[in-house]
Ligand binder design. Sequence first.
Ligand code: ADP
Length: 848
Amino acid sequence: SAVKDRWTVHRTLRTQRPSLVSQLHDCIDGVLEALLISGHFTSADCDEVCLPIRTPSQKIFAIYNDNILVYLINIFFTEILQYQKKLSSSVSAHHMSLDDIYTEGQLELGQDCPDVHRTLGLEDIVSMAGTVNAEADTVLVSGEAGCGKSTLLQRLHLLWARGTALQDFLLLFPFSCRRLSSEHRELSVQELLFQHGCWPNREQGEIFQFILDHPHLILFTFDGLDELKQSFSDEQRLCCPTQPAPVHILLFNIIQGALMKGVRKVITSRPEAVGPVLKKHLSKEVLLKGFSPSGVKCFIRKHHSDPTVAAKVLESLQSNNTLLGLCHSPVLCWIVSCCHKELLNCGEGSPQTITDVYLMILEHFLQHQRSLESVGRTGWPQDYLETVLHLGQLAFEGIVTTCYIFSGTDLETCAVTEKDICLGFLIQSKDMSSTNMMRYEFLHVTMQCFFAALFIVLSNNMDRSTIPKLFELKDMRKTDHSISCFTACLPFTYQPECAFDGEARAAATKNLQITATFVSGLLSLRHQNLWLHCCPRAVRARKVRQVERCLSKGMQKHFKSIPQPVEGEKKSMHAMPAFVWLIKCIYEMQESRIAKDAMSKLEVDHLKLTYCNIGPMECTALAYVLQHLKSPIGLQLDNNSIGDVGVEQLLPCMHVCNSLYLRNNNITDEGLRKLIATGIQCDSFQKIALFNNKLTDACTQHFAHLLKNKQDFLSLRLGNNNITAEGAMQLAEGLRANNSLRFLGLWGNNIGDAGAEALAWALEGSESLVWLSLVGNGIGTAGACALANFIKNCASLEELWLTENNINRTGVECLIQALEHNIHVKSIWYQISHTFFVVGVQDWWLSV
Ligand code: ADP
């Protein structure tokens, strides 16, 4: 309780800090005099407070220096100011502060949690909401490169520093795994905190003891676990906070709680680097899924202080759906917004691919440089070819050796000059460690991949095996160390035994995939004129052929893995994430010939792409390629992040989908409206599954329209949405006019008695419906009796699901009576409401 009291004092002092400081600012001398007279302070104390190095604010806090917490606040205060500076400089690439541009990304729980229905906010990351393992102290925020993980952490740090969030934590230590990776000494936890965290080198012993005594008041954040060179492992245990160990071992012990148990930890990572061993030690996983459509608008408006510019950018995005889909990724949204002038000038040729977007920012930065130089130049990119090659080599060798921070020596090795740095693609790495060496990193890891790709495409002395190795995702490190061994990454590059595996390898592979995607885009026919004066035509043509061959081979490898179907079953392919990557590479090439060729060899009835991290961007690529399928398939995209924007991207391939499975994909009525408008015109489209999306009554009129106009539609599954009686009534209008639907699933909505009555009316006399699920819909006896009437008059129904409703004995008797008139029904599943006198399984399952 003593800690709690102090904590309350601390909180009060922190929240009232601004008024406290402003009130005391002008009367420090008076206060000191009063303290001296009252005997609280000696004259030595007063001298100490008035040390010339102190600012007035520091003097104020020094007056309260009789209590460790107040002392900490003093340091915090200085620290916060420094930290704010650090943050604003870390976003200096935008020439804007985080405050001005921060836009909420979409957060979702990694595991289904029935208790959490609302959308998650930043504070939920450390709250108990959605906790699956209460023993663990570590929360994981996972998401793809560029989805905003680092920015989210920076936002959390800033809010905490200002006293507006996370106020249950007295201290927050931010770490970057990228920077920790270049620490090659063995450290103890204490050294880790005071050499890599954000903390002044004073009173470490006391503060560290405080942390050990009050772990629950402390928060650590570790950004970018995927950038460690080692996969997470819980094998090597440490328990002594003063025992030195390699940094990754320290980190793993902190994450699993062997060290610093009780301290809250938030780690961020790309999904590939998260394996089952790590998952075991997580209290929960939160998925960061980029911007929502309104998030994109909000970001653009924040990014442009001039509302007319913002409106123009938004207008141009609205007219280019594909680009709008790309903007779902914050890093792409940022680039597009930065390049608004280029965007507004490019008319019809506005960007379609990720490579287009990165080329736009390359041009943007180079043109900016050119305007500064004002020397007569011929054009981009040839004027800057050398610069691009220098940066490209640095990026490429970094990707190959998993190095993301570069020392001055690394830059020299690749002939990167001061002028090259000035272009803005490299930024200074804020290294907290004791070495004061200048280090650099690319603006973003995807930018490093882009430069690596430029190097592969534009360098004339590139090893011929580079492109095949890249596409086969092979280790491209040279064994003889004849290429530069980056000093920032030492000793890793010198030690073959450090060869990474498992999740660390998977994360590094992802960067090779992104690089290969850019290589495909840069070598596409539509960009060939750009490189006319940069590399010999023949060399370029060879590289194009190599990429095409790699893509074709890669696809075939996937197709070969398709097992022969069991007799009577459909031939089905469960695609791996690498399949989606190849599809994205094909899309970047923008040549329908290549897409056609790839699809000509795919012979399946069903393509399963569940849990493949498919967002709007991937949908664009999928639709581009799948539209060339020879015959229609079932496309199963359950459990991805498609959303309304992704649905719109899928429309071009609707005509080759006989069934579309989109369970759990954040789709709303608006996305659905567009989907149906296209689907209704597609002859083969017959089944749709939309379980667990965000549909409401506003979507049912579209389904009604579909059912009325498509007399060969077979299956409609709308479980776990928000459809009420009103929606059911609208649906009933469509059902009444349809005589093809065989499966209707409405489990987990709320249609109630009125809805059930409407459906019963509509389906009465149906000759097609075989299966109906109305589980968990708040249906009572009236609804059951209406359904009984439908059963009496329906010659096709075989199975009816009515569990988890409120049907009483009377209702059940009605249903039983109806069965006496019906010889087709095989089973009706029901529960008598709130009663436990159900005897045996047979009472649940009534069979005739
Ligand atoms: P990640 O860590 O997931 O790779 P970052 O946080 O580095 O992604 O984001 C890349 C860029 O995208 C940032 O530099 C910033 O420009 C932009 N960005 C990301 N998230 C946000 C956000 N929430 N609000 C505004 N801009 C963002």
